[in-house]
Write a protein that binds this ligand. Structure first.
Ligand code: UDX
Ligand code: UDX
Length: 436
């Protein structure tokens, strides 16, 4: 297994996970970021994102001298007074947020390409790890203007909250490049993982990421629509999805209904693929319908809470259990829980929320929600308790104690997370999604 000198540009969820995991595979990695405070924290071994196993890998890599942090891309690629052998692979892990009309905003990728193009050693490989529109590798190659530097697409398939696990236990490695040797050099970085590897062209590799994420989003919208149909037919979505999931072509994963899907990826990637399709003159009603179905879920959840408190939310106190977009993360970006909170607040509800991944208010995201330190504070005097994020600890709560502090013993469980019998024994009424 070759040990490579690797630079990772961008030390966020994707970049830090990529750098620390590549170091754990034996490579020599320098992670760069423009955020000086972040670099200082990382040099102190302080990992400020909630990713199980990541702090340990960062500490291990630093202690072994295989992982270091520098300010700015230039310092990672051409360190001042460098005595080391030149960097061989440069991963771009900078943000590709949703821009105008849903298109991915490539400003950061372009800025870094401009910054490093004259510094890249001959023969090195630039890898687009970020989720980027089809054609970005070709565009990056143009921006770099270096015939002696290959550009490779190597999309990440990391789920937040399990990013380290997903990186080290990938279902597959996808590498896209028109230059076979460059693609093989990138694939070789992961050889110790023994994962199925697809070597393809750059455009196909870039599209795989969107195609996979949008398929997952479609599967979730299908389940959420099925939950609504179950409510009208008196069927139980949990039983229906279990019955579906035994079919290996469907599988049990990603069949849990909820308040809609969110996070920093699925919404961004679905809108980006819509924009990519529009630009290619392709109408994609299937994907559009998945977006429409997702957008109606928060309104559906607000209607359930409104009914649970007697038909009007004005002045009602609502305790929210969960604010993050999913359990196991601290990420509030595009959280369906916050979309439901905004809907409840718009009808005059007073909100108190608790989330293990959100210990304090986050300006611009949790505005209008009193962020509580624990569940009891969220449930106190509540006219209804609403479960919005599927944290496992919410299944093991002391419901008799919560019944003593709540004003009204009503729970709206938008994740079908809880056991209705346990709640009913504690005197609560339980309302789920897609269930009798
Ligand atoms: C992001 C997107 O969320 C993901 O979908 C995409 O695949 C890759 O980019 P993420 O790591 O989550 O991934 O972004 P974020 O956590 O915001 O980290 C990006 C880091 O890049 C930040 O630390 C930022 O300071 C840094 N950055 C940004 C640079 O170092 N240089 C830049 O020019 C811009
Ligand atoms: C997703 C993809 O899973 C990952 O492969 C890709 O690399 C990045 O985007 P992530 O954004 O971390 O990962 O979240 P994910 O675990 O996919 O969940 C997305 C949303 O779907 C969350 O809001 C989650 O709560 C919701 N979800 C997921 C459900 O409502 N039901 C499910 O059964 C699974």
């Amino acid at each position: 297994m070759f040990v490579r000198r690797i630079a990772v540009i961008g030390a966020g969820y994707v970049g830090l996970t990529t750098g620390a995991c590549l170091a754990s595979l034996g490579h020599r990695v320098v992670c760069a970021d423009v955020d000086a405070a972040k670099i200082a924290r990382l040099r102190d071994g302080d990992v400020d994102i909630l990713e199980p196993g990541l702090p340990e890998l960062v500490a291990e890599g630093m202690a072994a001298g295989r992982l270091s942090f520098v300010l700015g891309a230039r310092e990672a690629i051409a360190p001042v007074g460098a005595v080391e052998e030149p960097v061989e692979v440069v991963f771009l892990c900078v943000p590709t947020p949703m821009g105008e009309g849903g298109a991915a905003d490539l400003a950061a990728v372009e800025a870094v390409a401009h910054e490093v193009r004259d510094l890249l050693p001959r023969g090195c490989v630039v890898v687009n790890k970020s989720t980027v529109p089809v054609g970005t590798a070709a565009r990056t190659r143009q921006l770099l203007g270096r015939r002696d530097v290959a550009v490779v697409s190597n999309p990440e398939f990391l789920r937040e909250g399990s990013a380290v696990h997903d990186f080290l236990n990938p279902d597959r490695i996808v590498v896209g490049c028109d230059q076979q040797d460059a693609a093989e050099r990138v694939a070789a970085l992961y050889s110790r993982l023994g994962a199925p590897t697809l070597l393809t062209d750059a455009a196909s590799s870039e599209l795989v990421k969107y195609a996979a994420n949008c398929f997952l989003a479609m599967k979730l919208s299908y389940v959420n629509a099925m939950a609504e149909l179950c409510e009208r037919l008196g069927a139980d979505v949990g039983e229906v999805t279990e019955g579906m999931g035994y079919d290996r072509r469907i599988g049990q994963a990603f069949l849990k209904p909820g308040p809609g899907w969110g996070g920093s990826c699925l919404p961004k990637d679905t809108h980006a693929l819509m924009q990519i399709s529009d630009a290619a003159g392709f109408e994609f009603p299937l994907l559009d319908a998945s977006l429409q179905t997702n957008q109606r879920q928060s309104g559906r959840m607000v209607a359930k809470v409104r009914a649970a408190v007697g038909g009007s939310l004005a002045g009602k106190r609502i305790g929210l259990l969960g604010l993050t977009f999913k359990a196991g993360t601290d990420d509030l970006r595009d959280s369906p829980a916050l979309a439901v909170a905004a809907g409840l607040r718009a009808e005059g509800a007073e909100l108190t929320g608790f989330d293990p991944g959100c210990p304090a208010p986050v300006a611009g995201l949790t505005d209008g929600v009193a962020v509580a330190d624990d569940v009891m504070a969220a449930a106190k005097d509540a006219d209804a308790i609403v479960v919005l994020t599927e944290w496992p600890e919410f299944r093991a709560l002391d419901w008799p104690a919560l019944a003593r502090v709540a004003a009204n013993r009503t729970v709206v469980d938008t994740r079908n997370l809880l056991d209705p019998d346990v709640l009913r024994r504690a005197g609560f009424s339980w309302v789920g999604v897609g269930s009798r």
